[in-house]
Design a binder for this molecule. Structure first.
Ligand code: GCO
Ligand code: MG
Length: 435
């Protein structure tokens, strides 16, 4: 008994991470820094450094709630990382997930995602391989990307679609203004010919801005928009649309039906995502393909949706579902049910998160499409990326790891500023509605 205890103590002492899952590490995690910058919008980045001087980056941005993840990482994760073996990605994932006792939730999962992504970056650099090679290698030459096009009316929507086609996009998300309503989700400033799409819903402000909503007006308007877009741009262009969690199951079923003639690539977030059963009603009524999941953070959020084949696309962010390791598991589960990926890629996913998504896109067999909203020039100066966009396809590049560098000096010139996503109220009587 005494001998056993002694061995145990020696083993613990021999392993600086204090656990027994194999050989002693060659290097250990020496430092983990939580970096906040705001080149036009807020980003939170975790940088892990090993005792060999290898660094890895992870994206910990949770739009509008950034500082909660900063605190979670700083207070409860960074102290646990120091001394651990940077090569043990899965063990660290389980240690942070099961070890917290309080499972799931966007803050916890954004923090775990950042650690996971940073450790994949480090493993890539240690082995000299881009991350997609470590995930099994490329199963395609690039990831089909879709752009955001929008306009307050049809002529400005058409200009926006043309601008994106001119840039090489081969799939387009279509959002428009709704007659009678002011600013609505997804509609940026009207673009002129050749001008870049500009839409940032998280406005810098100490309180959220308010938008107004009317589901009946929206349901009346949208089918005519898609009819006009099909007439103008033909039938071969993949078109997507985001209803942003606003409809009841019955309204969503009716929208899906009314859009069937225009053969959408997908209808996204037609109902509030937390009620998985709601999708049964929608699914039984329409063949319009459905995508859901950008606010999910674990495989359990998808359990009914995947096993009952209620959706066609997993919309999750690699930054909110436990990183590359977490999202890969969801996609392997989804593959059994012929459900594909459509990973979240708006500008509130940092270039580090976008790169992580691209490595996964390239490696998984059940890839569908990748959202690509394109970051601003200042953001791409702080985060220098190796990913490319050619012929409508994204590629993560072949640098070891994720292929993203962080410019500390420049990042330091952009201080955090409070910013909130809008809230939505019904135009009729001011009732708070889903945004
Ligand atoms: C999308 C999303 C985003 C979200 C944003 C919130 O489909 O890209 O709906 O536009 O609104 O990520 O932070
Ligand atoms: Mg969306």
């Amino acid at each position: 008994m005494q001998l056993y205890s002694l061995c145990f103590i020696l083993d613990r002492a021999g392993s600086s991470s204090g656990h027994r899952t194999g050989r002693d590490p060659v290097s250990i995690i020496e430092r983990a820094e939580v970096l906040v910058t705001s080149p036009g919008r807020n980003f939170v980045t975790l940088r892990i450094t090993t005792s060999d001087g290898v660094t890895g980056l992870g994206d910990a941005t949770l739009n509008g709630r950034e500082l909660s993840v900063v605190a979670y990482l700083q207070e409860h994760v960074v102290p646990l990382l120091i001394g651990r073996d940077p090569q043990k990605i899965e063990d660290t994932w389980q240690y942070l997930y099961r070890g917290a006792y309080w499972r799931r939730g966007p803050v916890t999962m954004a923090a775990i995602s950042a650690v996971d992504i940073a450790l994949w970056d480090i493993k890539g650099k240690i082995t000299g391989q881009p991350v997609y090679q470590l995930l099994g290698g490329a199963t395609r030459v690039g990831a089909l990307a879709y752009a955001h096009a929008s306009g307050s009316d049809l002529p400005s929507l058409f200009t926006s679609i043309r601008n994106h086609l001119d840039q090489g996009f081969r799939a387009i998300r279509v959002q428009t203004g709704v007659p009678g309503l002011g600013q609505v989700y997804g509609v940026g400033t009207n673009q002129k010919v050749g001008e870049k799409y500009d839409y940032e819903p998280a406005k810098r402000s100490t309180v959220p801005l308010e938008e107004e909503w009317d589901s009946a007006a929206y349901l009346q308007h949208i089918p005519a928009v898609f009819e006009a877009v099909r007439e103008e741009f033909g039938w071969s262009l993949p078109l997507l649309h985001d209803a942003h969690h606003r409809l009841t199951p019955n309204e969503a079923a009716s929208l899906g039906k009314s859009l069937e003639p225009y053969r959408l690539f997908w209808l996204e977030d037609c109902t509030p995502a937390e009620n998985q059963e709601a999708l049964r009603r929608v699914r039984s009524q329409t063949t319009t393909p459905l995508a859901i999941g950008e606010v999910f953070n674990s495989v359990f959020d998808y359990q009914t949706l995947i096993t009952e084949q209620l959706i066609d696309y997993v919309r999750s962010a690699v930054t909110h579902t436990g990183g590359i390791s977490g999202l890969k598991k969801i996609m392997d589960f989804a593959a059994i049910y012929q459900i594909k990926s459509g990973f979240h890629g708006p500008t509130d996913i940092s270039p580090v998160g976008q790169a992580a998504a691209l490595h996964l896109d390239l490696a998984i067999h059940n890839f569908g499409i990748q959202e690509y909203m394109q970051h601003s020039a200042p953001t791409l100066e702080v985060f220098q990326t190796s990913y490319t966009f050619e012929n409508g396809l994204l590629h993560p590049g072949d640098n070891p790891g994720l292929g993203v560098e962080y410019d500390d000096a420049l990042a330091g010139t952009f201080e955090y500023q409070p910013a909130y996503l809008p809230v939505n109220r019904l135009a009729l009587d001011g009732t708070l509605h889903d945004w």
